[in-house]
Write a protein that binds this ligand. Structure first.
Ligand SMILES: Nc1ncnc2c1ncn2[C@@H]1O[C@H](COP(=O)(O)OP(=O)(O)O)[C@@H](O)[C@H]1O
Ligand SMILES: [Mg+2]
Length: 251
């Protein structure tokens, strides 16, 4: 069984009398440690697909399983626990809290979940001690190259720096699965590439961390071990490839 399995997933949004099919019969399997690029134009269903995997929304029909958890049948309470413990999310618009510094933004995310005492231990109990949280937050801000900026507020940081804070925030809790929705969509190409390099370095087979990046930018596709092309809520292409490191991508 693959780490992520979607089976015949449909998602229809209903607003008054209009129904919009966002996903129409998605079958998808992703192995642990894979870096997957979901590529498609605006409106193809990319964000909806990410929301299904991340437990931010549930399918109209079909099943979504992640690490043997039946995400599509979890109650709201368990969905919250699933999102907190298993998933890190990087958003297109960073979604940092403007009144908190870079450090506080990462700490706050860790306070919500607690720092794992031992990230290897299955279901390790979370520890909420503030010293551990501070150390973890600083460690991850260092990893994304922001050690000199930890006391800055989001408004004092460039777009690329804000996105790096949001990567640190998503990864500091050491999630099994990183989901990124157009993570470079608001960055110029050079900064976008460095953001991808950081994500690439902190994920993948070596870290046993699975990554799904959705994008409308075809130039990012070579970065994936697998590329899934989405059109009108359906997978029209799904192939594995020799990936090209972010450093070598020209876009
Ligand atoms: N909350 C919603 N209510 C109604 N329709 C929605 C909602 N979210 C998405 N849609 C529709 O579902 C389709 C897929 O949207 P989305 O997953 O956001 O695509 P993408 O991320 O690829 O741009 C679009 O037609 C969009 O208008
Ligand atoms: Mg989208």
């Amino acid at each position: 069984m693959s780490f992520i399995e979607l089976e015949n997933v449909y998602k229809t949004y209903t607003l008054g009398e209009t129904t919009t099919p966002a996903l129409s019969g998605i079958d998808l399997q992703i192995d642990r440690g894979e870096l997957v690029i979901v590529f498609g134009p605006s409106g193809a269903g990319k964000t909806t697909l990410l929301n299904m995997i991340g437990g931010l929304d549930i399918p109209t029909s079909g099943s979504v399983t992640v690490g043997e958890i039946q995400v599509s049948t979890l109650s709201a309470r368990w969905l919250t626990i699933y999102r907190k413990n298993k998933i890190g999310v990087v958003f297109q618009f960073f979604n940092l809290i403007s009144r908190l510094t870079a450090l506080e933004n990462v700490e706050y995310a860790l306070e919500l979940v607690g720092v794992r005492k031992n990230s290897d231990a299955e279901g390790a109990t979370a520890s909420f001690d503030s010293k551990g949280i501070r150390q973890k937050a600083v460690e991850y801000l260092n990893k994304v190259g922001l050690s000199e900026r930890i006391h800055h507020f989001p408004a004092q940081l460039s777009g690329g720096e804000q996105q790096r804070v949001s990567i640190a925030r998503a990864l500091a809790k050491e999630p099994e699965l990183l989901l990124a929705d157009e993570p470079t969509g608001n960055l110029d190409y050079k900064i976008g590439r460095s953001v991808l390099e950081i994500m690439e370095a902190m994920t993948g087979k070596a870290q046993n961390r699975t990554v799904v990046i959705v994008t409308h930018n075809e130039a990012i596709c070579p970065l994936g071990d697998r590329v899934v092309r989405l059109s009108d809520g359906q997978i029209v292409e799904n192939y594995t490839q020799e990936y090209v490191s972010a450093k070598e991508l020209y876009w």
